[in-house]
Design a protein. Structure first.
Length: 235
């Protein structure tokens, strides 16, 4: 399949209701409004195709950009490629759920994510923290430096309340993911979550919402989910 054929198939799957939902979360034209589950049959036909993924991502169409992440070959992408994708990721559903997810399947994931976390740019920081969430929720605990993750928890505790709004979400999710999926630091994550307390996130035109990692970690513990690892990162 070429880019024109994929775009036609995506457009045919678009729904106005889904388009409005994406729009309310920050997506803007061009977009079709395709539910992610509806993309799977097309992805099965294509499998991995990095060239096609690049062509789709550069269309600027949200649905095409999301689909690009599904068929991308992460191992074929360099740091320069990921930086380019981040430059085009104009809201969190692209930065955190396309770019960060794809990055998490590479050998350079931590190296690139560390740079993004230190960048002071809201969506890059968000993508960096999110990448660690995808990593910790999928890879064996032994692949991570316990001291490094512990230090990252301390950074979150000291900076989350003053961080950009979208970054707060990713940092809060990092505390939760360490608490649930990285057993060596479960107790420290619980302590960090309690020290951080409720995190206020301001939204455009709506009331602030409050994030509470400690509550969510406890819910996961109650459900017997401690140590949970997902088999796949990308759908």
């Amino acid at each position: 399949m070429n880019v024109e054929m994929v775009m036609q198939e995506l457009e045919a799957l678009g729904k106005e209701r889904t388009k409005k939902i994406y729009g309310s979360n920050g997506a803007h034209e061009p977009l079709f409004g395709v539910a992610t589950g509806d993309m799977k049959p097309i992805a099965k036909k294509i499998k991995k195709n990095q060239l096609l993924a690049e062509q789709l991502y550069t269309t600027g169409n949200y649905d095409a950009m999301y689909f690009a992440g599904i068929i991308a070959d992460p191992k074929a992408m360099t740091e320069v490629d990921f930086e380019r994708w981040m430059d085009m990721a104009y809201f969190y559903m692209l930065s955190d759920y396309v770019v960060a997810v794809t990055l998490s399947e590479t050998d350079i994931a931590q190296e690139v994510a560390d740079k993004w976390i230190a960048s002071s740019e809201e969506l890059r920081m968000s993508a960096g923290w999110s990448c660690y969430c995808w990593l910790l929720g999928n890879r064996p605990d032994g692949e991570f430096s316990e001291s490094k993750i512990a230090n990252m928890l301390e950074i979150v505790e000291n900076t989350i309340h003053d961080s950009p709004e979208r970054t707060k979400y990713a940092m809060n999710n990092f505390i939760y993911t360490v608490g649930v999926s990285y057993l060596p630091l479960h107790d420290k994550a619980v302590e960090t979550a309690k020290a951080v307390g409720p995190v206020e996130v301001k939204r455009d035109k709506t009331k602030s919402s409050f994030l509470l990692a400690s509550e969510n970690i406890q819910k996961a513990v109650d459900k017997g989910q401690l140590g949970f690892k997902s088999k796949h990162v990308r759908c």
